[in-house]
Design a protein around this ligand. Structure first.
Ligand code: AGP
Length: 603
């Protein structure tokens, strides 16, 4: 959630670090700081606020030095103040540390340090680290790496961290356990970061650290346990630039036709009316052996999993479900050897989902990933799966990754279906529908301005309902989630059939309902739901691919007709646009909603 950047090389570090932090600001943003080593001295600058505040603090005289570390913080232990901002140092100022994750036994370690006469300056868990490292060096550790290893042996919890020692200014010690660290291998320089976003402007050659790895990074190489052969990532600096869009959310919503094309590329087998998902590493016999499918994810990834479960049941006729990963991991689940577990995650770093995967693997469950970020912890822990190929998502609210999750689950469902009873004709119908999806999304995007007008009319509502049934029930949940997280307008989602069992009591002229009205076998019933809402004075915004009677709804957002099984992917798009327009009308920071971070790497 927080962001780490480190630099070793020929350039002045401060500029590289601040620029890198600005690329990571979306991950966490209540304070920022940096430390640079020069002439056996470490200079630290920290401030509450955003990276711009740090930039202002540095002004025209940033600290000099070509090795440094930096951090953007999202507070967990201690208020978001300058004192609690990273880097933290030991009493002598020799050691500086930036850290993502949580040190669970920090209270014990703080008490021990205090008892030994150490004065702790902050309320953070992180501050114990520089003191423990300094103690290890004073106690005879032969190198900074050895001292960091000794300090970490005392720590319970998760970390991705970078350590700077004033006495070895040409190197950083970097370690990972549960919080991502990537090393960018440049030409005579190294960039360390918690996220590719801070690296790809400098190099696309990267090394992803594994949990438990600790390395010393110098301008000319990496020393330690890491596999030091870099891989090339297919991500560019432009992926992290607005490119003319007003915000990353707008950019990522607009990118969806291309993102879907990327997800489909090379995976549709028109000869056999099926799909090719080689990354699953499941042959037809394995696929036939799957008796159940369970999708595990958090937030929007969980709702996408619910859509996936519906697709698998409909197309493959295998029982399927979805569960929040954070609940699954703690309820001592019965792990079924015939079940295919699917871990769903955009970032691939969500702590709850990763823990669910680890629990499954420990119990011998078969788990695959549906992950966007290649090289991420969940992708590597699963070892096989389907990459989403959405391209980088910067905005906190997930959009194109959610759409590509649905598209990937449709391909998985076709694959499972075609080794069972899904007919050639239906397989073909699904492939055609998938190929047409980018075009249909384009058509929805063209109605952006009209959706904006509707959103403005309802932006002052203090609460909204999102209503959909069967396939569209999770779409409604995701629509409510998008609205809540970026506009702070309260929203609840209900299956249409549930409204009359309680929530209808809340319907009045101040409570708009966004109703999903697909032209399917339940159309007449959904129209009935709209009439019930309007009979209580509730305004209705209908999202539909059907021809509705004039005046049935107060506003209509039109969606092109597609294959009914794929319609959930399409109906999600106007809901994203709607949520964004409400948020913009209310003056929200749509890319960086309050209290949230892009990847939730802590519990
Ligand atoms: C989505 O808009 C949310 N920001 C959030 O629910 C997110 O989907 C969830 O935290 C899971 O993230 P992941 O896909 O990176 O695992």
């Amino acid at each position: 959630m927080c962001g780490i950047v480190g630099y070793v090389g020929p350039r002045e570090a401060a500029g590289v670090l601040v620029e890198g932090l600005s690329r990571l600001e979306y991950r966490g943003y209540d304070s920022a700081g940096l430390a640079v080593a020069h002439r056996r001295k470490v200079t630290v600058r920290r401030t509450a606020g955003r990276v711009d505040d740090l930039r202002e603090l540095l002004g025209d005289s940033p600290p000099r030095g070509t090795t440094g570390i930096a951090h953007t913080r999202w507070a967990t232990h201690g208020e978001p103040t300058g004192t609690n901002a990273h880097p933290h140092t030991d009493a002598s100022g020799r050691i500086a540390v930036v850290h993502n994750g949580i040190i669970e036994n920090a209270d014990v370690l703080r008490a021990e340090l205090t008892a030994r006469g150490v004065r702790l300056a902050s309320d953070t868990d992180t501050e114990v680290l520089p003191h423990l490292i300094a103690e290890a060096l004073d106690g005879g550790a032969g190198s900074p790496a050895e001292a960091v290893r000794a300090a970490l042996s005392r720590v319970e919890g998760t970390y991705g961290l970078a350590v700077l020692d004033a006495r070895t200014p040409g190197e950083l010690v970097v370690a990972r356990n549960g919080s991502p660290i990537v090393l960018g291998v440049g030409d005579g320089e190294m960039v360390v970061a918690s996220d590719l976003a801070a690296v790809v402007r400098h190099t696309r050659q990267v090394v992803f650290l594994d949990d438990g790895e600790l390395v010393t990074v110098r301008a000319d190489g990496i020393e330690g346990s890491a596999r030091i052969t870099p891989t090339t990532v297919d991500v560019e600096g432009a992926d992290y630039a607005l490119g003319g869009h007003p915000d990353f959310l707008a950019k990522e919503i607009a990118d969806q036709p291309d993102a879907v094309r990327r997800a489909l590329a090379g995976r549709l087998d028109t000869r056999f009316s099926t799909t090719r998902l080689g990354g699953l590493e499941l042959d037809p016999r394995d696929l036939r052996g799957v008796r159940r499918v369970l999708f595990l994810g958090c937030g929007s990834a969980y709702y996408a999993g619910e859509i996936g479960a519906g697709l698998v049941e409909e197309l493959a006729r295998i029982p399927a479900g979805a569960e929040p990963a954070g609940e699954f991991r703690y309820r001592n689940p019965v792990v079924d050897p015939d079940c295919l577990y699917v871990a769903v995650s955009q970032s691939g770093e969500t702590a709850d989902t990763l823990a669910a995967v680890q629990e499954l693997r420990r119990k011998g469950g078969r788990v695959i990933g549906a992950v966007n970020v290649i090289g991420s912890a969940i992708a590597r822990e699963c070892g096989s799966g389907v990459f989403l190929h959405s391209g980088p998502e910067v905005s906190v609210a997930s959009t194109k990754a959610v759409t590509n999750m649905t598209v990937s689950f449709a391909m998985l469902a076709v694959l499972l279906g075609r080794v069972r009873d899904l007919s050639v004709a239906d397989g073909r119908r699904m492939l055609d529908g998938l190929q047409a999806l980018p075009r249909h999304i384009d058509a929805v995007l063209e109605s952006d301005a009209a959706i904006g007008e509707v959103a403005k009319r309802y932006a002052d509502a203090s609460s909204m309902f999102f209503v959909g049934r069967t396939r569209f029930s999770p779409v409604a949940r995701e629509g409510a989630q998008k609205l809540k997280e970026i506009s702070y307008v309260h929203a609840e989602a209900y299956p249409a059939s549930e409204l009359k069992h309680g929530p209808l009591a809340l319907v009045d002229p101040a409570m708009p309902s966004v109703v999903l009205v697909p032209d399917d076998e339940l159309l007449a019933k959904t129209v009935g739901t709209i009439e019930q809402i309007r009979a209580r004075g509730g305004p209705v915004i209908a999202v539909t691919d059907a021809e509705l009677p004039d005046g049935l709804a107060d506003a209509v957002l039109r969606v092109p007709r597609t294959e009914p099984e794929l319609a959930p992917a399409l109906f999600g798009v106007p809901l994203q646009l709607f949520a964004r327009h409400v948020a913009v009308a209310l003056g929200r920071d749509v890319d960086r909603p309050r209290n949230l971070a892009k990847s939730v790497t802590v519990e």
